[in-house]
Design a protein around this ligand. Structure first.
Ligand code: NDP
Length: 375
C-alpha cells in the first residue's frame, strides 16, 4: 500500500492535491429532505488504489435511488460493502454524500491508469456504496468511467450514465438483447416517461425494435418524439385489455413493478424465448428487514420460485440491477455522438438548489431527468 501511495502521489500534480476539504451536500442521518446539509468542509476524497481517478464534478443528476438512500433504503446491504469486516462503528457512513451520476474532468490518476489522463472529460455512474457526486470532487475506479460524448455539455451528459447502465443491465446483461438481435422484436416498456424509460425507448429504437410503452397521456408526444411506436395510457381502466389486444410481445422491461407482475407476463409470446425483466425488486428491502444473509436467502427463494413458475408457462423471468461499467458507457458515448440517443433533461438545478431538486424528483411525474449543474 505504501508503494502505491508514493507513486500515486507523484502523479498528483494539480492544485487539488493541497486541498483537505471541499464543498458538498451531505446527510448525517437518514430521513426526509431536511437531512440534506451543505458544507464547505467535506473531507477531500483520496485516491486509495492505483486504478482510481479523481474527477472534478461539473454536473450530476438525481435518480430515485438518491431519494431512497436519503431515506435509509438499502443501508444494511450497502454498509456491508463499505465495511465488510464490521470494523467501524454504527453510523460510520456519515457524513454521506448522495448522487450517482457525474460528468466532469479528470484531475489526478492512480499508477495503473493509462487510458485516462488529467484534463480528460469523463462521465460515470458510481455504485451506491461509494461516496457520491453531489460534491466538488469524487474518486472513481477507472473501469467505472468513460470519455464523455463530445456532442454533449456536462449538464446534458450527467443525465445519462445511471439510467443508461441500468437499462443496459436489464436489456443486454439480463435480457440478452443487442444491436444485432432486436430488429423487428416487439418490446413493451412499462413506464416510458422517466429517466429509464426515455433512455430505453431510444436504445431499443436505435437497435431496430418495435417499441410500445405505457405512460400518462401527457407524455405521449414526448415518447413518440423519442421514437416510441405505440403509447398506451396506463391510467385507463382497460389497460390490461388494451395491451392484450395487441400482438404479443417478445420482451417486457418493467420500470413500474408492484401489481404489474400479476398480468404483464401474460402479454409475452410463450415458448419463443420471450423475456420479462423487472427493475423493481425486493432485494434491498429484504436485506433492510432481515439483515444481509437472510435477505439474500429470501430474495433468492423468491426469485427462484418466480423463474420456475414462469418457465413452466414458457417465458423467462429476470431481475436486473444497476451495474457500473466504463466499457458500457463507451458504447453509449458512441450512440450519443452518432445522434442515435439524446439526454432528456426535464429540469436543471444549480448546486445550491440540491434540496429543491430532491423535492422535484420526490414529487414524481418525471419526464426524463433532473440535473444538478455544479459548474
Ligand atoms: P423516474 O422517477 O425517472 O420515472 C418514473 C416514471 O414512471 C415517471 O415518468 C412516472 O410518470 C411514471 N409512472 C408512474 N407510475 C406509472 C405506471 N403505473 N405506469 C407507467 N408509468 C408510470 O424513475 P426511473 O425511470 O429512474 O426509474 C424507474 C424505476 O426503476 C423506479 O422504480 C426505480 O426505483 C427503478 N430502478 C431500479 C434500478 C435497479 O438497480 N434495480 C435502477 C434504476 C431505477 P407519471 O406518474 O406522471 O405517469
Amino acid at each position: 500500500a505504501k508503494h502505491f501511495e508514493n507513486v500515486t502521489c507523484r502523479k498528483i500534480n494539480t492544485s487539488s492535491a493541497k486541498k483537505t476539504v471541499m464543498p458538498a451536500w451531505v446527510i448525517d442521518r437518514y430521513g426526509d429532505n431536511s437531512t440534506l446539509r451543505f458544507t464547505k468542509g467535506s473531507m477531500f476524497p483520496i485516491i486509495h488504489y492505483p486504478n482510481e481517478v479523481m474527477i472534478k464534478v461539473h454536473a450530476s443528476s438525481l435518480n430515485p435511488i438518491d431519494i431512497s438512500m436519503r431515506n435509509g433504503y438499502g443501508a444494511a446491504a450497502l454498509q456491508v460493502r463499505r465495511d465488510p469486516l464490521h470494523i467501524k462503528a454504527a453510523g460510520s457512513e456519515f457524513p454521506l454524500i448522495l448522487g450517482r451520476d457525474v460528468s466532469g474532468v479528470v484531475m489526478e490518476t492512480g499508477l495503473d491508469v493509462s487510458y485516462f489522463k488529467p484534463g480528460d472529460e469523463v462521465w460515470a455512474a458510481l455504485p451506491p456504496w461509494k461516496q457520491g457526486t453531489l460534491a466538488e470532487f469524487v474518486v472513481a475506479s477507472a473501469n467505472e468511467i468513460a470519455h464523455k460524448p463530445k456532442t454533449l455539455s456536462h449538464s446534458q451528459a450527467a443525465a445519462l450514465p445511471y439510467v443508461a447502465l441500468t437499462t443496459w443491465s436489464a436489456l443486454v446483461n439480463n435480457g440478452g438483447l443487442r444491436d444485432n438481435n432486436c430488429k423487428g422484436k416487439r418490446v413493451l416498456i412499462l413506464g416510458g416517461s422517466g429517466g429509464i424509460g426515455t433512455f430505453a425507448i431510444q436504445l431499443l429504437k436505435s437497435w431496430g425494435a418495435h417499441v410500445t410503452t405505457t405512460c400518462s397521456e401527457n407524455a405521449f408526444s414526448l415518447l413518440k418524439d423519442l421514437g416510441a411506436d405505440h403509447t398506451v395510457n396506463y391510467k385507463t381502466p382497460t389497460l390490461e385489455k388494451e395491451l392484450k389486444d395487441l400482438k404479443m410481445f417478445d420482451f417486457i422491461l418493467d420500470n413500474v413493478g408492484g401489481r404489474t407482475e400479476d398480468w404483464a407476463l401474460n402479454l409475452l409470446k410463450p415458448w419463443s424465448g420471450a423475456t420479462y425483466v423487472t427493475l423493481v425488486t425486493p432485494f434491498m428491502l429484504n436485506t433492510d428487514r432481515l439483515g444481509l444473509a437472510n435477505g439474500i436467502v429470501k430474495s433468492g427463494i423468491t426469485l427462484g420460485n418466480k423463474i420456475l413458475k414462469h418457465l413452466r408457462q414458457g417465458v423467462h423471468y429476470r431481475w436486473a440491477i444497476f451495474t457500473p461499467s466504463g466499457p458500457t458507457l463507451d458504447e453509449v458515448t458512441e450512440l450519443v455522438d452518432k445522434r442515435k440517443i439524446r439526454p432528456v433533461v426535464e429540469q436543471v438545478f444549480s448546486f445550491s438548489q440540491v434540496p429543491k431538486a430532491f423535492l422535484k424528483l420526490e414529487g414524481g411525474h418525471a419526464r426524463g431527468k433532473t440535473v444538478i449543474d455544479g459548474s
